[in-house]
Design a protein around this ligand. Structure first.
Ligand code: 5GP
Length: 179
């Protein structure tokens, strides 16, 4: 049972759903009369992107991008590689990047500048989780679900070596699971 690998639950299924509903309402207000392009970053933001889209009461277009940062599994090096690009064009669009977690900020810094280069009208960032202590570049999300301490988290789309993504909550694993 994967539940046995969990040290503590940081955000329950209910807390995630409630905060996502609140963010969806904010985005609905801020993007009224627009048709933003929600860009979910694979794979960590899969569940958050789809739940957030359902919480928005306006027309949105949904797309996904898969990027990987070079480096080991827990530390991002700053170089970003596009594994899967957008299907839609970013030109003249109001882009909302949907991320699972911002740590160093390098992935998002790269993506924001990429969409600006591609001629996006506006680019905003939504992240489910924000780890401000990990930041090495000056980037701030416009919408944040929860602030998290500098701990390695899993669940609700976020993996460790492709495991634990399907946990319905955000949690910290027992230390022995990381070995
Ligand atoms: P950044 O470029 O901001 O350092 O990296 C963000 C990415 O690093 C996230 O999208 C995520 O893939 C990964 N990451 C950062 N912190 C964690 C964490 O606590 N757990 C997991 N599983 N991935 C993390």
């Amino acid at each position: 049972m994967i539940q046995n690998d969990i040290l503590k639950v940081l955000y329950s299924k209910e807390e995630l759903a409630q905060r996502t509903t609140e963010l969806g309402k904010e985005l609905t207000e801020d993007y009224r009369n627009k048709k933003p392009l929600l860009v979910g970053i694979l794979k960590g933001a899969i569940f958050f992107t789809t739940d957030l889209a359902k919480a928005m009461d306006i027309n949105v277009e949904i797309d996904f991008m898969d990027v990987s940062s070079y480096g080991n599994s827990t530390i991002s090096s700053g170089e970003v590689k596009i594994i899967k690009d957008l299907s839609a064009s970013a030109a003249d669009r109001d882009i909302i990047i949907v991320e699972d977690i911002i740590d160093s900020g390098r992935t998002l810094e790269y993506l924001v500048s990429l969409f600006k280069r591609r001629g996006a009208n506006t680019v905003k960032l939504v992240t489910l989780l924000d780890k401000p202590e990990g930041r090495v570049v000056d980037i701030k999300a416009d919408y944040v679900g929860f602030l998290v301490p500098n701990e390695f988290v899993v669940g609700y789309g976020i993996d460790f070596a492709e495991r634990y993504r399907n946990l319905p909550y955000v949690a910290v694993l027992k230390p022995e699971m990381y070995q």
